[in-house]
Design a protein around this ligand. Sequence first.
Ligand SMILES: *[C@@H]1O[C@H](CO)[C@@H](O)[C@H](O)[C@H]1NC(C)=O
Ligand SMILES: *[C@@H]1O[C@H](CO)[C@@H](O)[C@H](O)[C@H]1NC(C)=O
Ligand SMILES: *[C@@H]1O[C@H](CO)[C@@H](O)[C@H](O)[C@H]1NC(C)=O
Length: 401
Amino acid sequence: MLFLILATFVVLSSAMPSNQIGMEKDIPDVYMDTPALIAYYGYPVEKHEVKTEDGYLLTMHRIPHGKDQQPSSDRPAVYLQHGLFCSSSDWVIMGPGKGFAYILADAGYDVWMGNARGNHYSRAHVSLSTDEATYWQFTWEQMGRYDLPAEIDYVLNQTGQKQLFYVGHSMGTTMFYVMGSLRPEYNSKILAQFSLAPVGYMSRLQTPISILAKFVDQLEWVADELGINEFLPNSNVLDMVGSALCKDEAVTQSLCSNILFLLCGYDSQQLNDTMIPVIIGHVPAGTSTKTVIHYGQEVNSGKFGRYDYGKVDNLKDYGQDTPPEYNLSLVTAPVYLYYAENDWLSNVDDVEELHSKLPNVIQKFDVNDKKFNHLDFLWAIDVKELVYDNIMALMEKHLQT
Ligand SMILES: *[C@@H]1O[C@H](CO)[C@@H](O)[C@H](O)[C@H]1NC(C)=O
Ligand SMILES: *[C@@H]1O[C@H](CO)[C@@H](O)[C@H](O)[C@H]1NC(C)=O
Ligand SMILES: *[C@@H]1O[C@H](CO)[C@@H](O)[C@H](O)[C@H]1NC(C)=O
């Protein structure tokens, strides 16, 4: 599916007169990375390198305080974790007043943004190179088991605080539940977790992806045979093509929004068309092929379980021939669930199943907008009023108790 989309972009772009692909009229935000964007809008920004137990070197981005404010160790730390194919840029590309990272920084928080192993910003390792297949042998399990603990410990160490707030979108919630069940000692480091478009169970997935998931075994075989270990890395060509096809003057702009809707649910009211080139400029940011396959396995099995290596290797790795399920009763951190009825990737009934297994869900919120979709949690025109204001009110409440 996604390959098809990319192919469409490339074919359409080659059919266009080259003068239309000129960059001069593009929004500069398309080409700036996360720290450059933050600095461009006049906010303080820091880059931090964090080493995981298994040797991956991750880059975190931090906005230590709001514009025209002073740094202070009293600012409560908030950790933001992006979803599949995404990066720290998710939280800033819509700009000040819109991106959650800016809103939190201006509201008095110390904002830390993670980047999962294998994405555009976290492609280093103490000994492995991204050219080696071994580097790419991970899924969101390792992101939850190693990346999050390393990043959370790093933030707590840097700020001298004992606990932090965690906000995750999509895969950023999956990673959290993995951490909470495989590394339960980390639950006590979480003041509260806010799950945006939670993804644990996926058997009721409603998008064309659910059909594709049926071919996950074939995908695994093909990827292994061809050595395709990396999936949808960030590409400048795609950025330029996306910018040309999706900008305000382009007749093809509706094609761009329709591709997003096809994957995530239709919601033209909440998508700011002007910003589509910026989104394409930052997404996809890449991950391992295995990460995608692991999700495909979830769709097919109906379980929230560990990676399925096949009978023989499962026996070797897990001591049983099917992959064990994550024990969600160990996720004892306080959790808030935010979901939407038009979110095709995070189905309401799947969220209900997750809710029934998590022992400490304080509250769940069905976003008050019937058309709200999976990506609206990051980029909707009214996301602040519909979701973020509610989260910040709850954070205040936690800080007062
Ligand atoms: C942070 O880590 C360093 C090195 O491990 C340690 O010396 C320091 O005491 C830690 N600081 C806090 C506030 O935990
Ligand atoms: C859409 O984005 C543009 C560029 O950032 C901005 O000027 C405009 O106000 C936005 N529109 C809405 C409805 O938020
Ligand atoms: C899951 O964890 C709970 C709490 O520690 C424990 O009682 C239960 O036996 C575990 N379930 C499985 C299937 O391991």
